[in-house]
Design a protein around this ligand. Structure first.
Ligand SMILES: Cc1ncc(COP(=O)(O)O)c(C=O)c1O
Length: 459
């Protein structure tokens, strides 16, 4: 056979956006072009990407937190090469594969007390969907509560617990009895829980959309109320877990003991999709409650050898390289340095986060000329200034970031957890420079964004 993947890539590399425009998602391809993200990356390593011309980009998207260990970690790559070389029987299905057992054992060691049963799936939404099914089976209750602004995935069940109207629009009706409550409003939560028909209350300990952090006592009190009324408390750690927030699980910041934890993204070491729903044995067994129901919940690729090998290697790297401790220390430094810029840049409203999950929120400027520019942008599309900052960071500094969510003036930084002093310096210097330019109404931040406003108005 003469077919070669390497040759195919080399020959067709330049067509990637055209192919997406024709066969996949033209809107996505168009947005990348409009915001100047339509690069052709040919290599990735650690915290960086390189394009075909050899230009280097600092990646603070991390594949939405898939690359907590950076790209191409040698230990994960070796584990994947090993599993291919060993040629083990994968996905027999009617057996109990060794590696899944070993990864489950390793995961439970890292969980809060009592979480000793694991279900493996492929995506974060799978893991959350599993958590909701387990909660219903264990409590025999129908309802689920979630927080305003929440994001738990985009499948139909996880959309029903999505706190963003933009994501839900056009896909209803969603699940009846799945209701939002406002973060930090314990009275509203208790009112709902007191009806004793709520199977689960699900939270991201820090919300991914907007990087909203609950008040100090909110999550511990919410957990207490859940216990009081027989509702299961789920911490969705798909994005903030795996060291992202400077603890292995973000919920450790509050000493929480949730009934169910979900993990995904970086669990596969940046190579393989793997997710997990970790719960108490009793809750898990309520779903698989009779022998004939032993497969009543499953997914074909769950427990696959590649995913399990990548997961085992990932946890090994976390221990050996003290990834969590490093993320906490680097995150503290970066957060402090960024927060210090607030004194010099009037449009920075807030810098917040934990570990290396950082949100920067913007507010309208005071100067008259800038206020008019801000108002024009906001009228075209809410939250457009944050997009200008994302574009400028890319255009002038080759740094990939993202807006914190739809309609909000927040940008979000999710660097790989192994970044060091060099990257902290680059991020702070680049952001400082962009905000300095943004203070000039004739500067590039505003000027080059006229095009974007036109597109927003057109849309
Ligand atoms: C907190 C949280 N839960 C669930 C998901 C869904 O994960 P996936 O996209 O792998 O389905 C995400 C995705 O960003 C997430 O941030």
């Amino acid at each position: 056979m003469t077919w070669s993947l390497a040759q195919l890539i080399e020959k067709r590399q330049s067509e990637q956006y055209a192919l997406h425009t024709r066969y996949i998602n033209p809107s996505m391809a168009r947005v990348q072009a409009i915001i100047g993200f339509d690069k052709i990356y040919t290599h990735g390593e650690g915290a960086y990407l390189w394009d075909a011309a050899g230009k280097r980009y600092l990646d603070l998207l991390s594949g939405y937190s898939v690359f907590n260990l950076g790209r191409g970690h040698p230990v994960i790559r070796q584990a994947i090469q090993d599993i291919l070389a060993l040629d083990r029987p994968n996905l027999v299905k009617m057996d109990c594969p060794l590696l899944a057992g070993l990864l489950a054992e390793e995961l439970t060691k890292r969980m809060p007390p009592g979480l000793d049963a694991v279900f493996f799936a492929n995506s974060g939404a799978d893991a959350v969907d599993t958590a909701l099914k387990f909660a219903r089976a264990a409590t025999k209750r129908p309802r689920v509560l979630y927080l305003d602004h929440a994001f738990h995935g985009l499948t139909l069940s996880t959309l029903a617990i999505n706190g963003g109207a933009q994501f839900r629009k056009g896909f209803g009706p969603l699940m009846p009895g799945f209701d939002a409550v406002a973060m930090n409003d314990l009275a509203a939560l208790e009112k709902e829980l007191a009806r004793k028909d709520v199977a689960a209350f699900i939270v991201e300990p820090i919300q991914g959309k907007g990087v909203y952090i609950p008040g100090d006592n909110y999550l511990p009190e919410a957990q207490r109320l859940c216990r009081k009324y027989g509702t299961l408390f789920i911490c969705d750690e798909v994005q903030v877990g795996m060291g992202r927030a400077g603890r292995f699980l973000c919920c450790e910041h509050w000493g929480l003991e949730p009934d169910i934890v979900t993990l995904g993204k970086s669990l596969g070491g940046g190579y393989v999709p793997v997710s997990a729903t970790i719960t108490r044995r009793k809750i898990h067994d309520a779903t698989f409650d009779r022998l004939e129901r032993c497969q009543v919940h499953s997914t074909t690729f769950g427990e696959n050898e590649l995913g399990m090998a990548a997961g085992l290697a990932t946890l090994q790297v976390f221990d050996e390289e003290r990834v969590v401790e490093r993320a906490a220390a680097t995150g503290e430094k970066l957060l402090k340095r960024l927060a210090a810029l607030q004194e010099r840049h009037e449009m920075i409203a807030d810098v917040r986060g934990k570990g290396l999950m950082i949100g920067i929120e913007f507010k309208p400027p005071r100067s008259l000329a800038l206020r008019a520019a801000w108002a024009t942008a906001e009228a075209a599309q809410k939250g457009l200034f944050a997009q200008f900052v994302v574009m400028a960071l890319m255009r002038e500094h080759c740094i990939l970031t993202q807006v914190g969510g739809p309609d909000i003036n927040i940008i979000k930084l999710l660097p790989p957890l192994m970044i060091g002093e060099e990257e902290v310096e680059s991020i702070v210097a680049a952001f400082d420079a962009v905000m300095t330019e943004a203070a000039e109404v004739r500067g590039r931040v505003w000027a080059q964004s006229v095009q974007l406003i036109k597109h927003a108005v057109g849309a």
